[in-house]
Design a protein around this ligand. Structure first.
Ligand code: ATP
Ligand code: MG
Length: 423
């Protein structure tokens, strides 16, 4: 017997039974983002490896150990994108889009070679937002507000907002020294990754998941205390905006984010309902990244949310049923089977948006009718020799105890449209 081939570990099929939840999230995001004037951008899922090294940072989990990198036939090192920001920045620089403020969003698969577990996969999907050319707190506030609106649209109530400010480059440099001084005193009690990062990227030690390290960083000097007046005012304006709109938040001084490019504002939306992988959405400001990748100096802010984690939350909040079929067309006899696709096309012309499945593969009236019933359709449409001779369609409600009627094509189209009004 031939052996079967399985999907790659950590990469999953999204089967039809779950797809309505995915579509509901994607539709809600599209609708909310359009409501704030954001435009969609689509970039390739493969990029030159250096793009990610230069943007995400060499000393990050992603670049150190999670990237799917390979050499292509030309000998170039390419990588499957582990996140969307780097590609987005490359695209806006390359296409010369930075001469005015830009509000963009994207969605699609991302790839990271992590240990697969609940809420953590090797291919996963994100919806993300990137705004370029605006440096005030008003836009930081806007991106947070639109995420809050998305949760409301999806009926999710259990998400908490955490915010922090990482300061600007100088403030971070000053803080970095204080932090290193402090952490050096506890070096031997830090986890191995953190010991290494102490010299390469000490702020990331604050992001460590090791409980021992966390106990040490809990008493570390706080970045918030090293912030200058301007950064504080920027942060305060965001917090005031959140309060004015009525969005609850918590300042989390340990929130530093896993990527290198953030400055000033960072935020996360967190839930307790997903076990260890509780962060559903994460983002912040990254004013230096565009210049770092060779573009003109351009402030930027954005976020990414993990669709798989949202799907789990939305499913827990109640199932999203796929819209049922309006009708299933049963055709009995040779002539009727030839006529069926013609009739179905005319019905689709007459009733745009109609969800009509035509029976394929022939068979007796009884077996076709069984399929009609199983399809979940509201009506069975029936054509046989009699109906053809009289120029009518038989129509039988499948979900109520009413008999079969005969209608003309125009009448059938009207009935089906009325029965299932569409947005
Ligand atoms: P985490 O701390 O969970 O590893 P991260 O800081 O690596 O997250 P980001 O790179 O900021 O996450 O990605 C934003 C969001 O994308 C996360 O909050 C999460 O919802 C989702 N995400 C990230 N990595 C994965 C993954 N491997 N599988 C599923 N979703 C993911
Ligand atoms: Mg991660």
């Amino acid at each position: 017997m031939t052996t079967t081939i399985a999907a790659i570990r950590g990469m999953h099929d999204i089967l039809p039974e779950r797809i309505s939840t995915w579509q509901r999230i994607e539709d809600a995001a599209r609708q909310v983002l359009a409501g704030y004037g954001y435009a969609e951008i689509r970039t390739p899922i493969v990029e030159i490896t250096d793009l990610f090294k230069r943007s995400i940072g060499e000393v990050t989990d992603i670049v150190e150990k999670e990237m799917y990198s390979f050499t292509d036939r030309n000998g170039d090192s390419l990588s499957l994108r582990p996140e969307g920001t780097a590609s987005c920045v490359r695209a806006v620089i390359e296409n010369g889009l930075l001469n005015q403020p830009l509000r963009l969003w994207y969605r699609g698969p991302m790839f990271r070679h992590e240990r697969p577990q609940r809420g953590r996969y090797r291919q996963f999907h994100q919806i993300g937002v990137e705004v370029f050319g605006l440096d005030g707190p008003d836009i930081d506030l806007e991106v947070i507000l639109l995420t809050a609106r998305l949760w409301r649209t999806l009926g999710l109530t259990g998400l908490r907002l955490e915010v922090n400010s990482l300061g600007d480059t100088q403030e971070r440099a000053a803080y970095r020294e204080q932090l290193v001084d402090y952490l050096e005193g506890h070096r031997t009690h830090l986890d191995a990754d953190s010991q290494r990062r102490l010299t390469t990227n000490p702020l990331r030690v604050l992001d460590s998941k090791s409980p021992e390290t966390q106990a040490i960083t809990a008493a570390a000097p706080r970045l918030m205390d090293s912030l200058g007046e301007e950064t504080r005012a920027h942060f305060a304006a965001i917090l005031a905006g959140l309060e004015a709109v009525g969005i609850a938040y918590r300042i989390n001084p340990r929130l530093v984010r896993g990527l290198d490019y953030y400055n000033r504002t960072v935020f996360e939306w967190i839930t307790d309902d997903l076990g260890a992988q509780g962060t559903v959405c994460a983002g912040g400001r990254y004013d230096g990244l565009v210049a770092q990748l060779g573009g003109r100096d351009t402030p930027a802010v954005g976020f990414a949310l993990g669709i798989e984690r949202l799907v789990e939350l939305v499913e827990a909040a109640g199932t999203v049923a796929a819209p049922p079929l309006d009708a299933y067309l049963v055709a009995v006899g040779e002539q009727a089977q030839r006529e069926a696709p013609v009739l179905a096309e005319r019905l689709r012309d007459a009733a745009p948006g109609l969800r009509l499945m035509t029976h394929c593969g022939g068979g007796s009236f009884k077996s076709q009718f069984k399929r009609a019933d199983k399809s979940g359709a509201r009506y069975a449409l029936v054509i046989g020799d009699t109906e053809l001779a009289r120029g009518v369609i038989g129509i039988k409600p499948l979900r109520e105890e009413t008999g079969q009627r005969e209608l003309t094509l125009a009448e059938a189209a009207e009935l089906l449209t009325a029965a299932s009004p569409r947005a």
